[in-house]
Ligand binder design. Structure first.
Ligand code: SAM
Length: 415
């Protein structure tokens, strides 16, 4: 919350105390993804103190997270009516306006927050994103450079800088920015995980698993980027999977994957309107010739069943939903491979892990995909307390020409 915001009241006041507590609770609920409850808690605060600027800001953040952009804009504007120089609200308003497609107004808000505080690294980063969306790559680069000058371990800004440098056809500088994006996370991971392997390779253009990605339309890898049904570059996971699963193609009997690949653009972690639901399930089915493949997803509309593939509706953020699904399966069924390619946030990953790990075979492999740098550190913290039960490896796959931010895996086996 911003330093220049008004203190609610200097006089001790039980109503202010309650309002502050409700906003704090709302912020905690939002971080847990419980947006409806967060909204209710913050609105409680506003009933008590309608002029509480932090509450209007917090409400704006929740509404923005729910995609209710106009309401979010109204909340931020209300906060600014109360405290016109509330720096972080100018930044937040800029981000909402950008999502609304009001790019000029968004730039105005972000620049206003930077006039109030030129050392505000996040606003420089957001301005960079806006300029990049407007196609002004040189100015975007300058904003990202300012952000990383102010905050040298700003992973997202290094990453974004690499993307614009790649767009400006300066491949060497882009690769250096991507490497810098990785460094802060990797050096923090080294504090607990002192061993590492540097694995250098030339891409195998004959890889069977990668070929199956192209055939079915999964973004876990690609041989030919032209054949993909989605607009972003693929991950390079199949390069690693060939390594660990190549000898197990006939012995793997059961695979569970969370994330069937919805093509509903309104759902979180969607593959986009052109995505092909079931792509990776078919890829696993064709790769592991003797395996049964089970897919789970929150989106009921993409469930299907075909040769050696069954799918179920499951919300991986709900222990109850995971429990109900496992109850439906044969009680003796264990999986040799479990892949979490679902929501891609730490809490959801942890909930699925805790709910499903008992169904991993003793010599099975559990993999969490698309782990963001900040989540790598959260998993490291979490698994640090479980070292007697699991071996955990953090696999950061580097692509020569692409982002670091979501090409990492957490791989867990039982001790
Ligand atoms: C990246 S896609 C999966 C892509 C697929 N594995 C592939 O490679 O073709 C992520 C999927 O996670 C699903 N998802 C999002 N939130 C979820 C949740 N809370 N529980 C279960 N699945 C969820 C989305 O509906 C989406 O289908």
């Amino acid at each position: 919350m911003n330093q220049k915001a008004r203190k609610p009241s200097s006089a001790p006041d039980a109503l202010w105390e309650s309002a502050r507590n409700s906003v704090q609770l709302g912020n905690r609920l939002r971080k847990q993804g419980r947006l409806t409850e967060a909204e209710a808690s913050i609105k409680e605060a506003l009933k008590l103190k309608p002029e509480f600027e932090h509450a209007h800001n917090a409400l704006g953040v929740v509404l923005w997270g729910q995609g209710r952009l106009q309401e979010a804009e109204a909340s931020y504007r209300k906060a600014l009516e109360i405290v016109p120089d509330y720096i972080s609200v100018h930044n937040n308003l800029g981000m909402v306006l950008k999502d609304m497609g009001k790019l000029e107004e968004a730039a105005h808000s972000l620049r206003h927050s930077l006039r109030l505080d030129p050392s505000y690294a996040r606003a420089h980063y957001n301005l960079g994103n806006l300029l990049s969306a407007q196609g002004d790559l040189e100015e975007a680069e300058a904003s990202y450079c300012r952000a990383v000058e102010l905050k040298p371990d700003y992973v997202k800004a290094h990453n974004a800088l690499g993307i614009v440098q790649r767009g400006l056809r300066r491949a060497g500088e882009a690769a250096a920015s991507f490497r810098r994006a990785a460094e802060p996370t990797i050096s923090k991971l080294r504090q607990r995980n002192e061993h590492s392997i540097s694995l250098l390779y030339t891409k195998n253009r004959e890889s069977e698993l990668t070929r199956l990605c192209d055939l079915h339309g999964s973004d876990k890898g690609e041989i030919d980027s032209n054949g993909n049904p989605y607009p972003w570059p693929s991950h390079t996971y199949t390069d690693f999977y060939e390594l660990i699963f190549g000898q197990k193609r006939t012995s793997v009997r059961a695979v569970l994957e969370c994330g069937i690949g919805t093509n509903n653009p309104n759902l979180v972690s969607s593959m986009g309107a052109t995505g092909r639901p079931g792509a990776s399930l078919r890829m696993w089915r064709d790769y592991f010739r003797n395996a049964k493949i089970v897919g789970i997803d929150i989106d009921r509309d993409i469930l299907f069943s075909e040769d050696r593939i069954d799918t179920y509706q499951v919300d991986q953020t709900s222990s109850q939903s995971i429990h109900n699904f496992l109850e439906e399966l044969d009680s003796g069924m264990v999986f040799d491979v479990i892949i979490d390619d679902g929501l891609h946030v730490f809490r959801a990953g942890k909930t699925l892990f805790e709910g499903a790990i008992d169904r991993l075979a003793e010599d099975g492999v559990y993999i969490i995909e698309d782990v963001q740098p900040s989540d790598l550190l959260r998993y490291d913290e979490y698994f640090g307390g479980l070292m007697n039960k699991y071996y955990v490896r953090y696999i950061c796959l580097h692509q020569p020409r692409d982002r670091f931010s979501d090409n990492s895996l957490v791989m867990i086996t039982k001790t």
